[in-house]
Ligand binder design. Structure first.
Ligand SMILES: [Zn+2]
Length: 177
């Protein structure tokens, strides 16, 4: 365990404050509305049991390669992107995900059926970080940074490896939006 490092896995704070007119439009009173300035995005887990929606301008899209998240995801990095915490709504039949607390002030939501990690919410942040690949619309969330880059595997710079000889099997459910 490397739990001695208090910062492991904690999403970084937004690097720049929102301009006043935008911050105003994302206030708790209006964040759950669906006005034209606040596009709604839907997301769901791999099996479709837990789904959600968020709205607002994507904030601080970044990769993270901390030990916790690579273990949870089974991959070399997780793509996180923030949306106003107040805009997060659980929309699927499964309701809220299960929660686990890597730290007392940080909770992570995952599907109890398939294990997909969906959100990470820090108590002291107005943003909910969602996993970029759980979103149906992944436009505009290209990562702008890489947390714990020094922990990343050295081959991560290989972004497009050769295609496999055998195609990936088709998904078992039809919930791939
Ligand atoms: Zn699931």
């Amino acid at each position: 365990m490397t739990s001695s490092s208090p910062a492991v896995g904690k999403p970084p704070a937004p690097t720049s404050p929102l301009p006043p007119e935008l911050a105003n439009s994302l206030s708790p009173n209006t964040a759950s509305t669906t006005g034209p300035q606040e596009p709604v995005r839907a997301g769901h887990c791999a099996c479709g049991h837990v789904s959600y929606q968020v709205s607002g301008i994507p904030d601080d899209p970044h990769l993270c390669s901390c030990e916790r998240e690579t273990r949870v995801s089974g991959g070399p990095a997780v793509l996180w992107v923030g949306f106003p915490k107040d805009s997060l709504i659980w929309t699927g039949s499964g309701g809220e995900p299960n929660w686990w607390y890597p730290y007392p002030a940080l909770r992570c939501g995952f599907c109890p059926a398939c294990g997909s990690q969906l959100v990470s919410i820090a108590n002291d942040s107005d943003m909910a970080m969602v996993t970029g690949f759980s979103l149906a619309d992944q436009s505009g969330i290209e990562p702008l940074g890489h947390s714990f880059r020094e922990h990343a595997v050295p081959w991560l710079h290989i972004t497009l490896a050769p295609a496999p000889r055998t195609p990936h099997p088709a998904p078992r459910t039809g919930s791939w939006a």
